[in-house]
Design a protein around this ligand. Structure first.
Ligand code: CO
Ligand code: CO
Ligand code: CO
Length: 314
């Protein structure tokens, strides 16, 4: 049944659902949880919370309340680990100005944690993942390569300094990026997560008749991820992402194959990918940098042709 108040529903792969309550208020709802990607339980809590909150930011909204989702192997794991995870999550919620209102936990052989989040937005300010127009620039707000570096961490190939750096990036909220996006005005937005940059970029043009050009050399990438990718240290998810979308991607012969791997690397709590009208682009990048998002970069543009294809140039 069609509900006239449903602004964003399940018909598209968008970041969250949006439902209109009144002429000037809509709620945003999303849920996200996963298994640990770092050893430190406190930081895992922070990352899982930042990741779940990100889908509200990707819609241009403000998160308001959240509920914990916990799967915990109580028979085999010390409860202090769960306490640390919840503490990390709560710290992130506080930083985001979000109130924890409840939650649910079950016993499970595998530890999982995340949040269901409710946010608010004015119905006319909703940033869906479609709506980009030819001539828009594409801005990315966090470097790529967390999937590759997490694989290196599991293989024991990352040093403490690298682990700390990438952990801090994954724990970083996309709140400032979302605020700047609303201040300056954008056409479309999504956050870069499991499908990688090219997977989520494709969602922005799927069914729209537009195309995208990505300039690989302008994409912010962790230097260490480049080195690991060159060595072939790439998670299975990267290849699944690549196999799923590669027939929609045209690659300039001067682009190294390992760079394509990075562009398909599944990200945890990645940055926002924002389509901005050409004349507003420089202003947005300037404001993002003023808010401490130093890595924000213009990585490509939306084009009329070729339709529903991504062209990767050097
Ligand atoms: Co998302
Ligand atoms: Co999500
Ligand atoms: Co969005």
């Amino acid at each position: 049944m069609d509900d006239p108040n449903l602004i964003v529903g399940m018909e598209r792969a968008d970041d969250a659902g949006v439902y209109k309550l009144s002429e000037d208020l809509a709620i945003i709802q999303t849920v996200d949880f996963f298994t640990p990607i770092v050893d430190d339980p406190y930081m895992f809590g922070q990352i899982a919370a930042a990741n779940a909150l990100s889908d509200v930011y990707a819609m241009g909204g403000k998160p308001l309340t959240a509920m914990n989702i916990v799967c915990f192997p109580i028979k085999t794991m010390d409860i202090s680990i769960l306490r640390e995870i919840l503490k990390g999550g709560l710290e992130k919620m506080k930083e985001a100005g979000v109130t924890l209102v409840g939650g649910h936990s079950i016993e499970d052989s595998e530890l999982k944690y995340g949040l269901s989040v409710t946010g608010t937005i004015h119905p006319s300010n909703v940033m869906t993942n479609i709506g980009a127009e030819a001539g828009d620039a594409l801005i990315l707000t966090k470097p790529l390569g967390t999937g590759i570096i997490n694989t290196a961490i599991k293989a024991g190939m990352a040093n403490e300094k690298l682990i700390e750096m990438v952990t801090n990036y994954m724990a970083r909220l996309n709140n400032a990026a979302a605020e700047v996006m609303q201040e300056v005005g954008a056409h479309a937005c999504t956050d870069v997560t499991g499908f990688g940059l090219l997977g989520h970029a494709f969602e922005m043009i799927q069914g729209t008749g537009k195309g995208i050009i990505i300039h690989a050399s302008r994409v912010p990438i962790f230097l260490e991820a480049m080195n690991f990718a060159e060595m072939g240290l790439v998670p299975g998810g990267t290849y699944r992402n690549r196999d799923f979308r590669i027939h929609r991607v045209d690659i300039d012969p001067n682009v190294s194959p390992y760079l394509i791997d990075i562009l398909f690397d599944p990200q945890t709590s990645g940055g926002l990918l924002i389509a901005v009208p050409g004349e507003k682009t420089e202003g947005m990048v300037k404001k993002l940098k003023e808010r401490g998002i130093d890595e924000a970069a213009i990585i490509g543009e939306v084009v009329r042709n070729p339709k529903e294809r991504i062209t990767v140039l050097p």
